[in-house]
Design a protein around this ligand. Structure first.
Ligand SMILES: O=C(O)CCC(=O)C(=O)O
Length: 371
C-alpha cells in the first residue's frame, strides 16, 4: 500500500491502485502541503508549528465560526498548479489527459476522542470538519453528481497518534455498493460481504490517493465521551480530481496538448476497465465513437456507457448502464434508488467551453448545447 512517489515508481503505484483502489504515497514534494498549511494558518489563526504539533500534543482549539469557514475552501490557481506539478504524471495515468480539479475542498480537524458521527454528506456547516464519517464512497456520498472514476488526494497536515481512515481495498471493483452513507464499521451490518478493512495512520509527507468508488470511513478514533481537555487532533485536507466531467459547471484543463489522440492510443494499449473507464468517459462526453467490448457487470466502464447515453439522448442506454453498474447482490440499496438518483443528469456548457479552443470535439458538442 506504501509507495515513494517518483517517475520510477509510477507503474507500481498504478498497479497498487488498480488492485486496492487506495495507495499511500511517501516522499511527496511538499508544494501542495505547504500551500494548504499556509492557507489553513491564515484562516484559522493557528501557526504552522501549532498545526504540526496538534497531532501529538494537546490539539487545537477552533471556534465553530472558523470550522464553518473551513468547511468550504476554494481552489486557488497556485494550489491547482502546485497539485498538477506534483501529482500530474500520476493523475494522467489514473484519470486521463483532460483533468477537472474540484473547485472546493475542506479541511478536517478531528480530535482523537469524538462522539459526533456524520452519516449524511457534506453541508458546509462545519460539522464535517470535526465529525467522524461513516462508511461511504465519494461518488454517491456527494450531493453533486460527478464521476466514479475520480480520485481523492488526502493530504495529512500533521503526523497523528492514532488512526485516521479505514478502507475496504478492492471495493472499487464491485460497482456501486451504496447510494448513501452507511454506519461506521462496527455498526454496519453486511459490510463483511465487501471484504477486509485496513486502517491508515497519518504521517506528514505522505498522501493517500483513493478511487471514488472505494468504501472508506473515518478511522478508529475513541468513540464516546471525550476525555476532558484538548486532545491530539489530526489535520488534513482532501483535493479531488476528475476526468472531463461534463455534468460539472466548472472548467477542465489539459495535461497534454493532444488529449483525444492520447486517449485513443491508451485505450488500445490498456486492458483494465478501471483505467480505460475515465478515457471512455471523456471520449463519450466529446461525442467520440466507442467500440464497446463486452463489459462485465459492475465494471466502472458502465458509467462511460451512461455518459454516451446522455450525450446521445438515449434514455434506455442510460438506464441499462446503471442497472449493470449498481451492485444489488452484495450492495446495500435497490436498483430504483440509483435510477432515480441519476435520472436528472444534464450536460453543462462550462467544461466544454473551457477546452473548446484546443479540442474541436468539445467545440462541436458545445455548439449543440442550449445557451
Ligand atoms: O478525514 C476523514 O475523517 C474522512 C475523510 C473522507 O472520508 C473523505 O474525504 O471522503
Amino acid at each position: 500500500m506504501y509507495y515513494p512517489l517518483s517517475s520510477a515508481t509510477l507503474d507500481s503505484i498504478v498497479a497498487g491502485f488498480q488492485r486496492d483502489g487506495v495507495v499511500v504515497l511517501t516522499d511527496v514534494d511538499s508544494g501542495p502541503l505547504d500551500i494548504l498549511t499556509r492557507m489553513l494558518a491564515e484562516q484559522s489563526g493557528l501557526s504552522t508549528s501549532e498545526i504540526r504539533a496538534a497531532g501529538r500534543d494537546g490539539g487545537v482549539d477552533i471556534s465553530s465560526d472558523v470550522r464553518a469557514k473551513l468547511a468550504r475552501g476554494y481552489m486557488t490557481p497556485e494550489l491547482r498548479d502546485a497539485s498538477h506539478a506534483v501529482f500530474g504524471d500520476l493523475l494522467l495515468r489514473l484519470v486521463g489527459p483532460i483533468l477537472h480539479t474540484s473547485q472546493t475542498f475542506h479541511y478536517q480537524l478531528k480530535p482523537r476522542a469524538q462522539r459526533d458521527v456524520i452519516l449524511q454528506g457534506y453541508h458546509g456547516d462545519g460539522r464535517e470538519v470535526q465529525a467522524l464519517y461513516g462508511i461511504h464512497n465519494e461518488f454517491t456520498a456527494a450531493r453533486v453528481l460527478t464521476t466514479p472514476s475520480a480520485v481523492v488526494c488526502w493530504i495529512p497536515l500533521n503526523t497523528f497518534d492514532g488512526k485516521a481512515l479505514y478502507f475496504y481495498p478492492g471495493s472499487h471493483r464491485h460497482g456501486l455498493l451504496a447510494n448513501r452513507w452507511l454506519p461506521r464499521h462496527d455498526a454496519c451490518e453486511g459490510i463483511e460481504r465487501v471484504g477486509p478493512v485496513v486502517e491508515y495512520q497519518p504521517k506528514l509527507g505522505e498522501v493517500v490517493i483513493f478511487n471514488f468508488l472505494v468504501l472508506h470511513g473515518s478511522g478508529a478514533a475513541v468513540l464516546g465521551d471525550p476525555t476532558p481537555g484538548p486532545q491530539p487532533t489530526r489535520i488534513s485536507c482532501d483535493l479531488r480530481f476528475f476526468p472531463l466531467a461534463g455534468l460539472l459547471d466548472s472548467e477542465a484543463s489539459l495535461l497534454r496538448p493532444d488529449p483525444v489522440a492520447w486517449m485513443r492510443e491508451q485505450e488500445r494499449a490498456l486492458d483494465d476497465d478501471l483505467l480505460r473507464a475515465p478515457l471512455w468517459e471523456s471520449l463519450a462526453y466529446l461525442g467520440e465513437r466507442i467500440d464497446w467490448p463486452a463489459l462485465p457487470d459492475h465494471s466502472v466502464a458502465h458509467w462511460a456507457r451512461f455518459v454516451e447515453g446522455l450525450v446521445q439522448q438515449n434514455a434506455a442506454q442510460r438506464d441499462d448502464a446503471i442497472r449493470h453498474l449498481a451492485n444489488t447482490t452484495i450492495g446495500f440499496d435497490p436498483i430504483e434508488r440509483y435510477l432515480e438518483r441519476f435520472a436528472p443528469a444534464t450536460l453543462s456548457r462550462t467544461p466544454y467551453a473551457s477546452i473548446a479552443s484546443h479540442v474541436p470535439q468539445a467545440a462541436r458538442i458545445l455548439a449543440s448545447l442550449p445557451a
